[in-house]
Design a protein around this ligand. Sequence first.
Ligand code: M6R
Length: 608
Amino acid sequence: MCGIIAAASSRNVGKLLVQGLHRMEYRGYDSAGIALHQDEGVVHLRTLGKVKLLEEKMIQEKPRSKLGIAHTRWATHGEPSEINAHPHKSSERIYIVHNGIIENHVELKKELEEKGYAFTSQTDSELIAHLIELYLQDSSSFIDAIYKAKKRLEGAYAIAVLDYQDPNSIVVARHKSPLLIGLGTDENLAASDPLAIAQLTNEFIFLEDGDVARISSDSYEIFDTNQASVQRAITKLDITSQATSKGDYRHFMEKEIYEQPEAILNTIDGRVGAEDVLDNIFGLNSNELFSKVERIQIAACGTSLHAGRVAANWLSSIAGLPCQIDYASEYRYRNPYVDKNSLFITISQSGETADTLAALSYAKEQEYLATVGICNVPTSTLARESDFVLFTNAGPEIGVASTKAFTTQLAGLLLLTLSLAKARGLNPKLRTRVVEALRTLPEVIRDALKLKDQIIEMAPGVASKDNSLFLGRGIFYPVAKEGALKLKEISYIHAEAYPAGELKHGPLALIDEDMPVIALAPESEIAEKLISNLEEVKARGGKLYVFADPSVTMDVKAGRLIHLPKCDFLLTPIVYTIPLQILAYEVALLRGTDIDQPRNLAKSVTVE
Ligand code: M6R
């Protein structure tokens, strides 16, 4: 998704703005641009493609400026092109960068065109620059014009505005799209993502919806939704360069896969005792509230939704709670009936996914007991807007494909299940069993990571095909779905997941020697049935790649059977995810794709 960075400094800012854009590359984008204030005019540079192309333009132009805004764009309205890249301008005075979507852009554009403003792009963003210039004509101050323009905008936005007539400050505004200020030494910054400016400061101010702020090199001022001057809390955050660099790994995704033992440890650390989950780990009085819960509703997207589907199984078998799960993007469109004493749960790595936030805001209007978030980013909107939160503590996840976010979400959801079971007085022995298994989980994951060499050997068999099927049963069906999502998003191989029993009801027709079938066969009552399903695949020439419990034996012919380390069955969904992540990574490596920034995708999807 789009990224914004702005700086007002006592030194040259061109380089630091471009470095900030580089740090936001992981979010996914298609073009980049920058506007830098100089006395003789604004330097305005844009490129289609990677930030390094913009950097090359900067090297040729050699701008010198202490004030600037920059942007990476992920196309929503208008194709990826230089003309549609931000910053957009109105005359040679107002330059803006925008994240989000302006929903009433058609009518506003028409109105502005009728007033004589000429549009050069197909975006919904350019009109913001014209609108500000229009309102400047009858406003007492620049901030006043920003508020007048804001009143007209419907949708979501974070914007940064550079006014050629003001050589000292940048104005920023936020409405339903993340934006923060960074306080530096002899400089102040603004960005949509703290990682963009983490090398420059560890003091951040997270703006609230409706806020407008003016930053200059030695001061800043924030105004609330009513244009009154306000103070917002300064948050100290240490986002170390280690967390945001690849180290010796080839890709962030690879690093994040191998960080999982540590990440899981951080999720459970301080939250479980010797025999049980600790009280109130979701926040003060969460235990008391959990004792009233009779039903669960989950809403999430993508990988986070898969985590929710796994958890539904745990919630019913360990906490005795019925659980409904929805795609966050669909939830509010089905007029959901809310039963009494229902708990609403969202799951999100970023905490900024627009669909998930929209589902949360809809749920807050309904008769839920409370809202609970499982989230990796403590400073996110979701964290702020939920009644109770559990942070997964996985550390920054940079690769677009979620890996450690998923396994730590599962660990967090197990903690939620245990907390609910405890509050309801259910299954004390089972709770102790799960707590003990959770403690050994990092070690089991370490062992699962050692399967890498075996997986590298099987990767060419998948990388050479254009399609693949993933099979699992029961709680392993969502794990199979996660494996398929991982493979398709980074290798561009078409991958579908099925509950193995469904094969004979249609998908079996697809099986031939060009259809690798990746199956999950943990030891359980379902493994035996799954093996019969796999025999059906083998009999039709399908090549089998089976991840299985050491007790499972079967002839996979030219395929491969890989045994996973033993662990408590309840935790196997977490462990079986590991080889699927490694497989997707190794296949994508063979296919030479852009693993950390796969085509068309964004890390944090901040538009609905
Ligand atoms: O930040 P979130 O967990 O809310 O993101 C949800 C999805 O966009 C995300 O999980 C997406 O599916 C990942 N790219 C999958 O690897």
